[in-house]
Design a protein around this ligand. Sequence first.
Ligand code: AMP
Length: 588
Amino acid sequence: MKIIVGIDLGTTNSEISCLRTEGRPEVIPVEGETIMPSCVGIDHEGRLMVGRTAKNQMVANPEQTILSIKRRMGEKITLPLGDKAFSPEEISSFILGKLKSAAETYLGQKVEKAVITVPAYFDDAQRQATREAGILAGLDVVRIINEPTAAALAYEAGREEKQRILIYDLGGGTFDASLVEMENGIVEVRSSHGDTHLGGDDFDRLLSDHVALPFKKKYGIDLKSDLKAANRLWVAVEKAKRTLSDRPFATIREEFIVGDRHLDVEISREEYEEMIRPLLRKTMIAVHSCLKDAMFLPKAIDKIILVGGSTRTPLVARMLEDDMGIEPHHEINPDLIVAMGAAIQGAAMSGAKTKAILVDITPYTFGTRAIGEYQGRMTSDVYVPVIKRNSALPVGKEELFYTNYDNQQDILVEIFQGDEPLASENIFIGNFWIKGLSKAKAGNLILLNLELDVNGILKVTAKEKATGLARTVTMDTANKGTGTNLEEKRSNIESFLREDDDVEADGDDEGGGERDDGDVVLDKQGLINRAKSLRKRAEGMIPGVNEEDAAELTDLLEKNRRAIAGHDWGTVGRLNESLSDMLFYLED
Ligand code: AMP
């Protein structure tokens, strides 16, 4: 069977993939990398360069380098390169040609057919130009498919039931939100909204301004007006931006950036997130327009899929989850998902059976215990997730913590597995002390780094930011199982509640006093005690009120009993309040 490759011809980067055996598409490396910059240039001897080499020479030779040609597709223009001029289709054909030959080397056979993806908003002229670019590269473009369709195929190929999927695609230069409906393998883009000039490049620009402005103030030199310095700055901030996706700080250090001046700046994720927040808000507005066009409410969405390198910025998933109430999926690499989906389409067209992509993910969240607020009270048992469940493996994340009091020299680092808001409700994985921190005021910065490999081995490093003092401990998470500990805890609490009822029957209202293992139990104990005293009042009142109020009180009491048994403390708190309001009104 002749292979039909899938190509994501992107604004910033391009990828090529194919599906040889049933199951998972392979991403074909180009010069050892899965992502090839969509960059074309000419070297000093007039030779054509495509991909990484072209991008690398951009700093030294920006006039002879073309970036983001996808933005010009469909326009009747030519761009100079060396002593010639090329149309956007021709420039794109150089990119496609390089991908094709990398695939031929990798597969050891000729590659003649391809599925190429385009944004959903591409018009006829732009689609035609893409097809022509393929032909110029020696490819038979068997199908042009929309990028959101390809992304949906990667997750959902082979599924029969109806799915409504929001594809949130934030790349280097463009943003797209699309609503896709899928049933029996048929994918339909129901609506699409976006901004063709919004993406990671804008984040880079904000970061460069943030760095260049103080430099100008200090030295009177505008880094942006010097082409070479500006390019070095751009490369450095882009790298820092990626670092901030996994770590709370990034350093930008460029020696002799202009004359004998060095650039040395540290940026925190918090500062960076504040910079880009207004741009991300614009993307959320587009998401809502998209829903409105398709006449869907957010709750009609079954899945959110993240596409494009910029969706690695953690604030993106956070904003989407806050707004839509669903955790977005990021199991499949957001840079590669479109090419992989195109490969699935290609395989289906060549007659192969296709399935959704399977990836190695961690089914558990890992985090630590810290001091924080829970249900309006401070507790030392707040759970702070660091690696989120469903992250593709291997994965590494770093978060920032602070010492709690002045001259705190020791910290106990505790690691848990689970998603409960309180650490003690999760499965304990391990702990260690880091001792000998410098004598500093409360708020001394501590970096906690978690690295989880494909075998479930978790490497935990805690480091004092100011001195670099660090301790690393390796923990095996693989046999921590599926929540037995949690089940144990649940049954503990349930039996505790039963005992508590017995004590109450004996007329003792203090129950559970010796079961104090920290703020959590005390917190719950407060809620339980209040529920008990409200129950007593309510039960005393029921015989004397009208039928409707009696039914309502009984219902509230029953719901509260169930919420306590399910240790749903948020609901217990709310029901306590409702009961108290109702009793207040009835007693009046
Ligand atoms: P794409 O157009 O999908 O290839 O996305 C490229 C954009 O993603 C560029 O702006 C990159 O700087 C950005 N990007 C890639 N990796 C990361 C990352 N780890 N965190 C934030 N942005 C990233």
